[in-house]
Design a protein around this ligand. Structure first.
Ligand SMILES: Nc1ncnc2c1ncn2[C@@H]1O[C@H](COP(=O)(O)OP(=O)(O)O)[C@@H](O)[C@H]1O
Ligand SMILES: [Mg+2]
Length: 239
């Protein structure tokens, strides 16, 4: 509340609230009207069935004279139950369908979300990798989503082996993005001219490695002031 008032966004949030409220009311009214309509249809259907049972019962007695009263009674009793059975069935069907929305959404996430590449394969050529820490980054570009602008655009630089470097830049210049790129949390994006950049670490193209191999050998110390130092030293709990 204080934050909303401080930024003078009260009207904005009131409008947003009313528009959400309107959507909710439209959905509820539609649902109620549909369920009334279905009740009406099932009522009409059951009236027709009960009338038909009674009418044909009487007709068979009048014309054929052979039908038994108890059978007509049985037919009437069963046809009277059709109304409740049908509305129950329809309600269960509708409930099942609407509850299954969650499952449909899960399937949508499973099928349409690009997932990360393989974790374990391929492995680096040498068991001890990286042995020197020599980076060769050539024409690497990154975007957070295909429709967004480039965050890093064809950056190229080399890092000499066993050297300490610092990346400097103002907020939003892409320092964190570079770290995400080195760990392949963000994958390389195609450059504007259609070419792909590459990142070579000790003669291995990092794009060709299994993600676990890459991330276990490259440490990323997040700058969290409250995290315990021990966690940083042994990130994967291997020692
Ligand atoms: N998750 C994200 N989705 C979309 N854009 C992002 C995301 N994270 C960062 N950016 C954008 O990428 C640019 C670089 O951000 P970042 O790498 O965090 O900069 P730095 O760490 O140098 O402050 C910024 O313009 C920022 O808006
Ligand atoms: Mg940052």
């Amino acid at each position: 509340m204080y934050v909303i008032r401080a930024f003078d966004k009260t009207d904005h949030f009131i409008q947003k609230y009313f528009s959400r409220q309107k959507d909710f009311i439209i959905a509820t009214v539609n649902q109620n009207i549909t369920s009334r309509w279905i009740n009406l249809v099932t009522d009409i259907f059951s009236v027709v069935t009960v009338s038909a049972a009674g009418y044909f019962g009487v007709l068979s007695t009048v014309i054929g004279g052979s039908s038994s009263n108890s059978l007509i009674g049985l037919a009437l009793v069963w046809s009277l139950q059709i109304n409740s059975i049908m509305s129950f069935t329809l309600r269960v069907l509708a409930d099942t369908e609407s509850n299954m929305n969650a499952v449909v959404r899960l399937y949508d996430y499973i099928d349409n979300n690009p997932s990360e590449k393989d974790f374990d394969e391929p492995k680096p050529e040498h068991d001890v990798w990286p042995s020197h820490g020599k980076y060769k980054i050539a024409g690497a570009s990154y975007k957070y989503r295909p429709e967004l602008p480039y965050v890093l655009k064809q950056i190229s630089f080399d890092i000499k082996e066993k050297s300490k470097i610092g990346v400097v830049g103002r907020t939003g210049s892409g320092k964190s993005t570079l770290t995400l790129g080195l760990l392949r949390i963000l994958e390389l994006t195609q450059n504007e001219d259609g070419s792909m950049g590459n990142i070579i670490l000790d003669n291995e193209n990092t794009s060709d490695l299994g993600l676990h191999c890459l991330r276990q050998k490259n440490y990323h110390h997040p700058a969290r002031p409250n995290s315990v130092h021990r966690n940083h030293q042994d990130k994967h709990g291997s020692f």
